[in-house]
Design a protein around this ligand. Structure first.
Ligand SMILES: [Zn+2]
Ligand SMILES: [Zn+2]
Length: 277
């Protein structure tokens, strides 16, 4: 009996391969106006009739190709994985950084890569000397705050207040073989970010608890070393791309390359497939 599924997988794989080849030829075909010479009204008509590509797809191909045409490393990735794979880095990559970005595509999911590029564009959290903050407060409190921030020692007082809050009683660290994080510790760390991802600038709901010192190295659940993260930032942490990870999240910085000599990085490589936190 025919294995319909196996056949479909095989043909589908081939179809994708040929479609990628077509897509990457479009800029040159367009530049040389080959479609006109062959009697088509536009590149869109040409691509639709000959390869079944829709208008949107053609535009996307031309747009991405325009950015990567002079970057052999990214062309190579596009040939292998399709233009969609290089989309997140198309506008940020330069000739000098193309190799770096090609490497990132290899190790990151599309979603994680998109997050990484966004953080990267935002100037890497925590690198500026001064930064504006916007907060919404109850009207009466806002007025009081406006008044209060005129004080010369305002920043010092604010810091003192936050240090005191941070020093409030917290659950004891728990030494254990069990990966299960005690509820009291989960609660304690989740309150600090109101259930959102702790990464600077990220307001996604946290979906995962991350051990900044790695559970597999310490066999410990320490409230100071557990932090709630979204999936993408958790991935970036385990790719070794967050510097100062064991400090408070506001001191974190995005790395360009992991520190491969770091013990944690080596462990993360080993446990890549199944997370121990
Ligand atoms: Zn996040
Ligand atoms: Zn983790």
């Amino acid at each position: 009996m025919r294995d319909l599924h196996a056949e479909f997988v095989k043909y589908g794989k081939n179809a994708k391969y040929w479609m990628r080849r077509c897509a990457m030829m479009l800029p040159e075909i367009n530049r040389r106006r080959i479609w006109r010479k062959k009697g088509f009204g536009s590149i869109y008509e040409y691509a639709a009739k000959l390869a079944g590509m829709n208008h949107e797809k053609v535009n996307e191909c031309l747009r991405i190709m325009k950015h990567i045409e002079d970057k052999p490393e990214l062309l190579e990735v596009a040939r292998e994985k399709g233009l969609g794979a290089v989309r997140p880095v198309a506008t940020i990559a330069t000739k000098e950084t193309a190799k770096l970005w090609a490497g990132k595509i290899e190790v990151m999911s599309k979603h994680t890569l998109t997050t990484y590029v966004r953080d990267y564009k935002n100037g890497r959290p925590g690198t500026a000397d001064e930064q504006e903050v916007t907060v919404k407060l109850r009207a009466k409190l806002a007025k009081r705050f406006e008044e209060f921030k005129k004080r010369a020692d305002f920043e010092k007082l604010l810091e003192k207040f936050m240090d005191e809050v941070d020093a409030e009683p917290k659950p004891e660290p728990v030494k254990t073989e069990s990966k299960h994080i005690p509820t009291s510790i989960k609660k304690y760390v989740a309150i600090k970010t109101n259930g959102l991802c702790a990464h600077p600038g990220c307001n996604k709901p946290a979906t995962e608890f991350h051990h900044t010192a790695r559970f597999s190295l310490r066999n410990e659940h320490n409230p100071d070393q557990i932090t709630p993260l979204c999936k993408a930032h958790h991935d970036l942490a385990h790719l070794g791309l967050i510097a100062n990870e064991e400090k408070q999240p506001y001191e974190w910085q995005l790395r360009t390359f992991p520190d491969t000599t770091n013990h944690k990085y080596q462990v993360d490589q080993l446990v890549q497939a199944y997370r121990t936190g």
